[in-house]
Ligand binder design. Structure first.
Ligand code: ATP
Ligand code: MG
Length: 596
């Protein structure tokens, strides 16, 4: 007896001889990430241009599954689906102010009437304009609108295949509220929905605090798939004791030593010939690195192309490094980079190694102090003169000629082992792939776009908004990054392109072919998404392809049919079970049902 589950509405089965696919013998040579290598080699994606791929039939099925899970959970969470345009007028973006600041990631073009347009990198502007006029009264709010749609970002470094493409598929949701409390509730609601979505995709994720980046807003969290390779582009600091987790661009720590005193009794300029690095200085003076106030010069560039690049001098405790996203945010820059030697000399009049803010107040340099500098006493700084440093320096020694206003920012990079900001336990570090994020936007878009609702008293206010993204194509690739072995992909059952493959070992053996066909029919009838590998190839080739493609279950019909048995194998297990054909079918059906 074969158990039946409800069949899907479209035909979920396939003969391998008909499948539109090309598997490759080798990995593509332009790929670094395993997910990129495997998805190309197993025939899931085909490159059209840098960061632009065709999703082949197997990939389309995976994407549909991730989308379906996402859609079901978004609907269950009370959000409504719509679909917004991919090509958008510049006018909207000018209204929000982002046309000027979005930079080169925004793909701009002109239509035949010379109107400026862009390809959608995201939809805050459009959704705000759509809501405006329809969500007129407080009685209609809150509302959460979402869509699943192509986005285009002319990424500076498209890489890792689908993980960072230029064209990619995103689920994006936007919520509209009359109060912060209402936004808080929806933010929580979405966080819960996200946890369910990724879990149902068979992916373990961690929700981490993060920087709000170009989208703006105040609070945001990212959902990270943790990986231990550089393909995880983000560093995540986490605490095993209390659960604190944050992207390195947002993480803070309790420093082991808050009070740092160099112990120098007097303020003195000291010759330090060729002693340039923090390490050498610490040795030279026989002090700890955290008793040196380090100066690092950066060049900030701004999204608004009219604003010229600007040198920024960061003063930070000697043992600490600068976190560049934090620094960019502190100076309102698009990005920062370390200055080269010539730029240092031009900005500060001194070669690197001896730098500080001394006499820099009237120079064209913005000066920032990192929080770690606070609490330092009698320390060492550069004299801003070649081959000289000053010992016994204190904040009270700073004059108007040096720094007009001493401003502290959190711009340092946390290090593993430093204390968790919440509970003090040592922080750990790992890498992560961001598969989704949630933001509180507030009135960042509604205000400039004048998108208003009317309250109980007839007064108008801009909507308070939130936005919530999931990279559909990135999530699928992250699953491959996380689950594979030397033979190929190991798809989580929930998002596998097909559940099972049936492999007749010898297609010239009529009995084998007949039984394989029967099993195929039974699985089809039971609603299992199944491929029959009816190709006349050698069994070895078919097994290799099955492993490469990553079907969760394989039923092999070979010589053992003489004993009335077939082989059943799970992709993620070594063991092969010998079962009767019906037992094998039932095992697949049971496991697929359990995962639904
Ligand atoms: P990232 O920091 O990785 O560039 P982002 O902060 O720009 O991401 P959002 O604009 O919030 O991301 O987009 C929402 C989701 O879309 C991300 O969490 C990610 O999963 C996905 N995503 C963003 N950029 C890309 C890309 N270039 N390729 C594939 N997926 C992407
Ligand atoms: Mg981005």
């Amino acid at each position: 007896m074969v158990i039946e589950i409800e069949p899907n509405f479209y035909e979920d089965f396939m003969r391998a001889s008909k499948l539109f696919i090309q598997t490759l013998r080798d990995f593509p040579n332009d790929a670094e990430a395993m997910s990129h290598k495997l998805l190309v080699r197993a025939g899931f994606i085909k490159k059209l241009a840098n960061g632009i791929y065709t999703y082949m039939p197997l990939m389309k099925r995976v994407l549909d599954k991730v989308s379906k899970i996402t859609r079901e959970e978004m609907n269950a969470a009370g959000a409504q689906e719509l679909l917004m345009p991919f090509v958008q007028p510049a006018e909207l973006w000018q209204k929000s102010g982002r046309w000027q600041v979005y930079g080169k990631e925004l793909m701009r073009m002109k239509d035949r009437h010379d109107n400026e347009m862009c390809l959608a990198p995201t939809h805050e502007e459009v959704v705000t304009s759509v809501a405006d006029g329809i969500l007129a009264s407080y009685k209609q709010l809150p509302v959460n609108l979402y869509h699943i749609q192509l986005k285009f970002r002319d990424e500076i470094r498209p890489r890792f295949g689908l993980l960072r493409g230029r064209e990619f598929i995103m689920k994006d949701a936007y919520s509209f509220h009359t109060s912060e409390e209402s936004l808080d509730e929806e933010y929580q609601n979405m966080a819960e929905a996200y946890k369910k979505i990724f879990k149902r995709c068979g992916l373990e994720t961690r929700m981490v605090q993060s920087d709000s980046g170009a989208i703006g807003g105040s609070v945001s969290h990212e959902f990270m798939v943790l990986v231990d390779t550089a393909v995880g582009e983000d560093d995540v600091f986490y605490c095993e004791k209390c659960g604190y987790s944050a992207n390195s661009n947002h993480a803070i720590s309790k420093l082991n030593e808050t009070e740092t005193d160099g112990g120098f009794k007097e303020l003195k300029t000291v010759d330090t010939p060729n002693v340039k690095t923090i390490e050498d200085l610490a040795k030279f003076f026989n002090i700890k690195e955290n008793c040196i106030l380090k100066a690092v010069l950066y060049i900030a560039s701004f999204a608004d192309e009219e604003t010229p690049d600007k040198p920024v001098l960061v003063m930070i405790r000697g043992d600490k490094e600068v976190e560049e996203t934090k620094l960019s945010n502190a100076v309102g820059a698009l990005e920062v980079r370390k200055a080269v030697d010539e730029e240092v000399v031009e900005a500060l009049g001194c070669e690197p190694g001896y730098l500080s803010f001394l006499g820099a107040a009237d120079k064209n340099v913005e000066i920032l102090f990192d929080e770690t500098a606070r609490g330092m006493n009698n320390f060492v700084i550069g004299a801003n003169e070649p081959h000289k440093h000053i010992t016994g320096y204190n904040f009270s020694d700073i004059t108007e000629k040096d720094v007009k206003e001493v401003k502290f920012f959190d711009i340092s990079l946390v290090k593993a082992g430093e204390g968790c900001p919440d509970c003090g336990a040592p922080l750990k570090i790992t890498r992560g792939i961001e598969v989704g994020n949630i933001f509180k936007l507030g009135t960042k878009y509604s205000k400039p776009m004048n998108a208003l609702y009317t309250d109980e008293n007839g007064k108008t206010h801009p909507y308070i908004m939130g936005c919530y993204g999931i990279g559909i194509s990135r999530t699928a690739a992250a699953a491959v990054e996380r689950y594979h072995d030397e033979f190929g992909i190991i798809w989580p059952l929930e998002i596998a392109p097909y559940h099972a493959v049936v492999v007749p070992v010898n297609t010239n053996d009529e009995a084998q072919v007949k039984l394989a066909e029967e099993i195929y029919e039974k699985l089809k009838k039971a609603g299992i998404e199944v491929v029959l590998d009816d190709r006349a190839d050698r069994a070895g080739v078919k097994f290799k392809d099955a492993d490469l493609i990553g079907y969760p279950f394989r039923i092999t019909v070979g010589k053992t049919i003489a004993e009335g048995l077939v082989e059943f194998k799970k992709r993620d297990e070594k063991d092969v079970l010998k079962l009767s054909p019906d037992e094998a079918v039932n095992l697949v059906v049971e496991q697929v049902s359990a995962a639904k």
